[in-house]
Structures are given as C-alpha cells and as structure tokens.
Design a protein around this ligand. Structure first.
Ligand code: LCS
Length: 428
C-alpha cells in the first residue's frame, strides 16, 4: 500500500503528474485505466485465502480496494508526504471515518470552532449520541487549545486555513500540545491542498481532505481522502473504512486523478488572482474588512508564511450594510457564481451564515467569527481584471441600494445632501 519509493525523490509538481501511476502499464497506456470491476478473481482457492488473511497482497472486492482508487491514494499520499491514503466517497466520509476509527465512548475531541458546518454538527449532534464529547475553540490561539485539553482528550482536530474565517492554526505547535496529552492531531487540509501545505511533515498524525475542492478542481465530482503518518494509524482506520463502507468508486477516483494532474498549475494561478483580489477588496469603500492569509494585515500572516508554500485562493470579507449588503453583492454578480463549494477553476461566491454554516446555531457561529456580514469567495483561474470588475460593480450596488432605501423614508433634500457628502451620484 506504500506509495512507490521513487516518488519520494520527485518535486511536488512532478508527483502530481506521476505519483501512483501503474508501475507496469498493461498496454502501454499513459492514463491510469478505470478498473470498473466490483470484484477480482482469485486464480486458486489458496490465493483467495491468502489475500483475505493479508498474507498476500492483491485486490479482492472494490469496497476494500481497487487499482484505480489505489493510484489516486498513492498519488495524494505522495503529495502529502504520508504513509498511505484511503480514498472515501466524500470529504465528510473521510472525517467521520477518522472519528469512528479513533474515538470511543467517553472520548473527548478539541476542534477548531470555525470548521465546515457539518464537520462541527456531526460531533455535536451525532457522535454525542455515542458518548463522545467535543469542545470547540479558536485553535489559532494556542492557550485556548491548552485550556481545552482534558485527560480524556483523544484527538485535536484543526482546519487551517479555517472555513470560512481563514484563520490559521499553527500546526507544529498544536501537534506538540496534542502529543503532550497523548492525543492525535488531525488536520483538515482542504483549503490549502497538499500543494501548499503538508501537515504530516509538521507533526500532524492524520491529514484529511475534501477532494471535491482544489484537488479535483473542476466542480464535477465529490470525494475525500485520509492520509496517515504511519502504518499503525493506517491499520487502525482502514478496516473501519472497509466495514462502514464509505469508500470511493473507481470512476470517481479516475476523475479526481485527472484533476490532480493540474493541481499545481491551478493553485499557482488562482492564488496569484486571490492576492490581487484581496488587495482590491481591502481598498474598496463598500468592504469593512478582509481576511486573507496573504495580506500582511492578517493576524496569523507570519504563521501562514512559515507553514504554507503559498496562501491559497480563499478569501472572506465583511461588506457594509451587513447581511443585506452581502445579499446585494450575491444577487448582482455576473461572473462569480453564487454557489457553495470551492476550489474549482471558476470563481464562486457564497454567504456562510445562511448556507455552508447555517447548521451551526447563530450564537456559536458568531462566537466562531462567522458573522452575518461575512461573504466568502473562492477565486478561480479566470482573468483577474474580469473578476475585479465583476465584484466592483456588485459591491457598488450596496451604496446605491442604501440610498434607495433612505430615499423612501427621508425627505429628498436630505438624501441629496447625504449623497453629496458621500460623493455618490444619486439616481432618483
Ligand atoms: N472539509 C472542508 C474544509 C470543507 O470545506 C468541506 C466541504 C468538507 C470538509 C466536506 O467535504 P465534502 O463531503 O463536501 O466533499 N465544504 C463545502 C463548502 O464550504 N461549501 O460546500 C461544501
């Protein structure tokens, strides 16, 4: 199950294209074939028994392993610098499989508060039914992590950069805290992708990804993966995945493999766009704040610089006029698509409070920094001037709407005066 040794000597852009490929192509094919077979024949009864006992390696049944899926697993494990990967049906299947395999009754988890909504809800609503407790803290503050640790803490789960606040948690320092308490550190690396961040190299025990996002990169498939630091963790998680059955289908794996080939190109382009977009937003009069780790103003910019090879292409920002302002922007974009998800070649925009994080109670959401006014964008690979022009015209509608609203309740001369004071052209 180990990714081929030769991939260890490759640079990451080369790994994305070559790691995991079949060592002996069947017909000299360049693309890994889709092994669309649910089951695999045994030449003899003895061979079948040996594969089941683990005495011999070989494929048995696709829920337990498939050559196309394995090619993807080896590819991502090589990029992430881990022992081995386990591909799953979705990112949530990766996360829940890790919880299922490593937590039991009476266990306690410390998790980033600003994580993808369902990652939090599955602990609060579902795993709590089995006697598993969770504490959600701002893991970008190490003292908060230390304070949350208990004797029964088995796992620290961080998402960095966090969805959607873009807060950064220090992976190396958090790993030290977790290990001092005999707990494991799991990092959701979805927002960075293994091209920009390799948590296992910084001391984490397990990396998880929603492959739906940057790794696949084309908004046309869902998937997830778990990558472990060592063989022990792999052999604790793999049987649980096989039993619960959240495995990936070979056709899905092939699509993600095709996507990962261009991960380096897409990430380079979209993060260059994002850096320019963040600066543009910071200067925009309708924007009250911007959170992007690539900005020097970002509170954890230095940590991001240290642990990432780039700052990625996710940005969140607050707009003037709160939730209403956010709605105005989303209803007026033309090039950005109003949709959840992220990491595709096309730029997306969404409102976490009413969409991806709607499942988190409002007070917990606000406490985690997911404010009503927060708008999240996934900057794609389009031409930056087109993207900027689109957001600019949509943002400018906030001021126009405010003026229109004011005009319905106050005297026209007052509106005119306010409009002039704001140097805004009044259209009535
Ligand atoms: N982890 C992170 C950081 C995510 O952003 C998501 C999905 C998941 C895990 C779950 O992955 P899935 O099961 O969907 O493959 N995030 C989404 C988002 O922000 N908008 O829509 C989905």
């Amino acid at each position: 199950m180990r990714p081929e040794k030769k991939s260890h000597f490759m640079h990451k852009a080369t790994k994305a294209i070559h790691a995991g490929n079949l060592e002996k192509p069947i017909f000299g094919e360049v693309s890994v074939p889709i092994f669309q077979s649910s089951t695999f024949s045994f030449p003899t009864a003895e061979e079948g028994a040996a594969r089941f006992s683990g005495e011999k390696s070989g494929f048995i049944y696709t829920r337990m392993g498939n050559p196309t899926t394995k090619a993807l697993e080896d590819n991502i494990a090589a990029l992430e610098g881990g022992f081995a990967g386990m591909a799953t049906a979705t990112g949530m299947a990766a996360i829940t499989t890790v919880y299922l395999a490593l937590l039991g009754q009476g266990a306690h988890v410390v998790s980033t508060d600003s994580v993808y909504g369902p990652t939090r809800m599955v602990l609060e609503k579902e795993f709590s039914r089995f006697g598993i407790e969770a504490t959600f803290v701002d893991t970008s503050v190490l003292d908060d992590v230390r304070r949350a640790m208990r004797p029964n803490t088995r796992m620290v789960f961080i998402e960095t950069p966090a969805n959607p606040t873009m807060k950064i948690s220090d992976i190396r320092a958090t790993a030290e805290i977790a290990h001092q308490h005999n707990a494991l550190l799991v990092v959701d690396n979805t927002f960075a992708s293994p091209y920009l961040q390799q948590p296992l190299r910084l001391g984490a025990d397990i990396g998880v990804h929603s492959l739906t996002k940057f790794i696949n990169g084309h908004s046309d498939v869902v998937g997830g993966i778990i990558v472990t630091r060592n063989g022990d963790l792999y052999s604790r998680i793999k049987p649980v995945l096989n039993l619960f059955g959240g495995t990936m289908d070979p056709h899905q794996a092939w699509l993600v493999l095709r996507g990962v080939r261009t991960l380096p190109l897409r990430v380079e382009r979209s993060q260059e766009n994002a850096q320019q977009m963040a600066k543009f937003l910071l200067a925009h009069p309708e924007v009250s704040w911007v959170s992007y780790p690539g900005l020097e103003e970002h509170p954890q910019h230095d940590i991001a610089k240290r642990q990432m090879d780039g700052f990625g292409s996710m940005i969140c920002f607050g707009v003037k006029n709160g939730f209403e302002g956010g709605k105005t922007v989303m209803n007026n974009v033309n090039l950005f698509t109003l949709a959840v998800s992220l990491g595709g070649v096309e730029s997306l925009i969404e409102h976490p409070a009413s969409m991806t994080h709607a499942s988190v109670p409002r007070n917990e959401r606000i406490e985690a920094g997911i404010l009503d006014e927060l708008v999240r964008i996934s900057v794609g690979c389009e031409d930056i001037s087109d993207l900027r022009a689109d957001l600019d015209q949509a943002l400018n509608k906030i001021a126009q709407n405010e003026l229109r609203e004011e005009s319905s309740v106050v005297a026209p001369e007052l509106v005119t005066r306010r409009a002039i004071n704001n140097k805004t052209i009044l259209r009535r």
